[in-house]
Structures are given as structure tokens and as C-alpha cells.
Write a protein that binds this ligand. Sequence first.
Ligand code: MRU
Length: 353
Amino acid sequence: MTSDVRTLEWTGDGLRLLDQTALPGRVEYLVARDVGTLVDAIRRLAVRGAPALGVAGAFGVALAVLQAGREGWDDAARDAAIARIRTARPTAVNLAAGVDRVLPFARKGAGAVAAEAQALLEEDVRGNRAIGAHGADWLRDRVGDRPLRVLTHCNAGALATAGWGTALGVVRELHGRGRVEIVYADETRPLLQGARLTAWELDRAGIPCVVQADGAAPSTILRGLVDAAIIGADRIAANGDTANKIGSVGVALACHAAGIPLVVAAPWSTVDLALPAGDGIPIEERPAAEILAWGGERTAPERVGAVNPAFDVTPARLVTALVTETGVLEVAAGVTPGDRRVRPSRRSDRPSW
Ligand code: MRU
């Protein structure tokens, strides 16, 4: 089974993005040919999800180099534009990491930058396939070799990556093995990435799924209707604390209470070994209007404000397993990404432990 979703594609002079704000109603693409368009697309979540942001950031450097040439920018103006891309959203470490990875190629020109960004894109898809296989094997061994009832939160699928997906990569692999009974897709407030994007992807792939309100997730888990929760991540600290879409902590607590695994599926590039623990992860605060209004109509009283954090941090002790392209770490049992014995060599596709 393949994933037919092309989230990002370099056109030679621009970055073609599947506009995720239009889904599921319309499949539309936008082409960013300048830094401003890309930064805007990142901020309004036309492109989103940690690995996809990393690849977008990498191609964004090529856009900045091209635009600098077209518009006669000096190095300072070009570097300022690259910094705008790098910091367009703060939580997913992949965005800055994608930019940093291709920066050394900038002096060789946009073609060299784009080639390295393309290598990152292809590594991401390969890595997601490996994550899917490792995660499905782990679930078979630890949960059971039978069709599973899986819960996921937000969208960690082909749309959130360069293709295939991390959490949904595991689900796609399980489905290919005939091991998915049902997927509960949390709708994901405030921007409905679960209801709009995850359900769209699963439906296209013929994987049975139902959407539920975020507030229903803990109850579904405690009622014994779920065998495992599988989520993605935006940044993972060295001790295994995991930032993901707001609401993930409630899922994690319910899994812990019900005695079922919480599986985090993410590429190694989402691990930030510079951060010892999750309290150092910057959490994006989104505009209050996203939760004070619905369909353009104000829902809360005019004088009431809002807090709108886009992410939360699940403590490592609630993360049963972290599945990366190089293998599985049983984090709650004490195997953390910061453990020197389990770190993979850079860009390795092969399990190193
Ligand atoms: O705000 P978003 O939609 O970018 O948030 C995305 C998530 O929280 C995903 O779960 C995470 O980035 C992992 S994507 C493979």
C-alpha cells in the first residue's frame, strides 16, 4: 500500500504545498516562490506537522537564496529572511533543524540547497516506513497479533510529513498486515486536524475510523475500547518528555490509568538532546480568536479572553514507547533518548541498538 498524498514538492523555482487549510472539502495546492508566502503558509498551518515543517524550512532556504538573487538582497537581508522561516513556529524542533541542515549549502546556490532539502524529504519518507514497521512489530509483540483498536490525536500522517506518516505510518503498516479493527481519530481542537486531516487520510486509505471529540478520548480509553494510543511529537527532550498537540496529555493519563500503551512515533530528528527535560520546550500560543469564535461567529462572550496553547508536554513516565526509524525505546521503563547507549548515528536508517 502506498500513500498518494504529496504534501510538499520542489518545482525548481518554488515549493508546491498541499494547502491543508482547505481539506477535506477541497484539494488545493499553493506554490510559495518567496519567503513571505512560505512563512504565512507555515503560520496559518497550510503546511504543518513537525517533519513537514522541517522539509518546508529546508526548501525555504532555497527560496531565500533565489529571492536574494532576484531582489538584490545583501547577506544580512538574506539571513534575516532565513531567520524568519526558522522561527515561524517555535515548538517543532524539526523546523529549525531543517533550516540548519541545509544552511551550509547556501554559499553554493539555491540548487545545492534544494538538493539537500530533497535528500531530507526522501529520508523522511524512508524513515516513516521504518517507523511504521518498528511500531507495528512492537505492538504485535507487546499488545497482540490481532486487529487492534487504536486511538490517535491530531494528524501525524502523510500530511504532517513528507509522506506516509509517523503515527499514521504505524497505522498504515498495521492495516497492511490486516491488524486494524478501528481507529479513533480525536477531532483535535482548536483547528480540527484530526477531524479534517486524519479522517481524510484514513478514509482515502480505506482504514476504518471514527472521529470523536477530544473530551471523549479519556472515556473511550477507560471504557476498554482502545488497545493502544499512537501519537506523533513536535519535540522530545533527552529524558523522553514529549511535546505534541494540545490534548495529548489527557490521552496519556487515560492510557496510564487504563494500563494500555501510549506509543509516540517520531523521527529521531524530533529528539532535542540539547533539552534535558520537557519544561524547556517552547510552547506556541495561538491567536485567541481560534477558540473564541466558530465559523467566523463569536461563541464566547465579548469580554472573555482565552488561552490557546497549541501543544502540551507529556511526561516521560507516561510514554510507554518511543518509535523512531532506528528502533523502539521503552521510555517509561527508563530507556530515554538521552541515554548514550541508544543514540543512533546521524542519518542512519539502520537500527543501532
Ligand atoms: O499544529 P500542528 O498541526 O502542526 O501540530 C501537529 C502535531 O501536533 C503532530 O502530532 C506532530 O507535529 C507530529 S507530525 C508527524
